[in-house]
Write a protein that binds this ligand. Sequence first.
Ligand code: FAQ
Length: 331
Amino acid sequence: MYSQGLLKQDTAAVESEEFLAAFQDRIDAEEKIEPNDRMPAAYRKTLVRQIGQHAHSEIVGMLPEGNWITRAPTLKRKAALLAKVQDEGGHGLYLYAAAETLGVSREKMTGELLAGTAKYSSIFNYPTLSWADIGAIGWLVDGAAIMNQIPLCRCSYGPYARAMIRICREESFHQRQGFEIMTRLSQGSSEQKSMAQDALDRWWWPSLMMFGPHDAASRHSEQSMKWKIKRFTNDSLRQKFIDAIVPQAEYLQLKIPDPELKWDPERNDGAGGYAHGPIDWDEFRRVLKGQGPMARERLRARREAWETGAWVREAALAHADKRDRQRAQVA
Ligand code: FAQ
């Protein structure tokens, strides 16, 4: 939509050592790279991959919580959840628009999602079984998203960095909303407390997996950090997240489901941090292969939304066409 054909522009040109070094100098000088700037094809490809996956995550991420809109316990909770789910849809749209500035169309990205060939965050392949899951998602999933996404506000690619600023502001609201639900439940009846604990038990490990594979297994991290797309490695962000969440769980009087979790004064270069037990990377790999508990259902729901929404797209295009013709007549 915005800058179709830019991908060809890079591939047609030879990427000389001087060009690559000059590009890296711009990155090292913290200059923002903008859509019309010449950039290495691999830089563009990495951004299209990451921003596309991120956009899909926001859109698929509407489904687990959308599941509870009709069953929210009060009108206030329903209104807040409805607004949150709408926000996630908006984030998807900013991100698709940011990816479009790199020359890839939203139709192509959507087609890949619906065909099941595009990745989206593993976390959204788990079911939301109780109202407490809505609290746990806000607290942990939005919490993990913020930890990962605040550094993306300083990403070297301008449109992505700028989209992330607004997204992070909204995600902070979501996180507080989730923590407030967890606070109320954990201060409630014994049944409510056990709902909150059960939600933490089920969402804890998948939330840690959101940060991606261990650094040693992360094929993109090194280059993405060199290009200042990523500012921190997967493991360092995961560690920051754990260090932030453990005291919050203590405040809620909930138990993190990790018997090996303990304070380690040597962590974080001697500043101290929490050591944790092993993450089940086999489960992570299975989910990435499309074998997550809700994977089929998520794609089915997206395909159905695409098909039943066809008339809206047609009506919007017909309206735009009519408006253009009216404007042409006036001119
Ligand atoms: N799930 O080499 P790395 C949200 C893939 S938004 C699925 O470490 P990279 C808001 C990775 O793509 C949540 N796939 O890759 C919300 C790569 O695959 P590829 C999404 C994963 O890119 C809240 C391969 O593994 N956030 O939650 C995952 O350097 C509540 C190798 O990995 C973003 O997308 C995973 N967890 O680092 C919405 C943030 N982890 O392409 C609704 C932006 C890794 O080679 C409700 N993205 N993979 O086939 C990033 O920061 C990065 O892309 C990482 C992965 C950190 C996700």
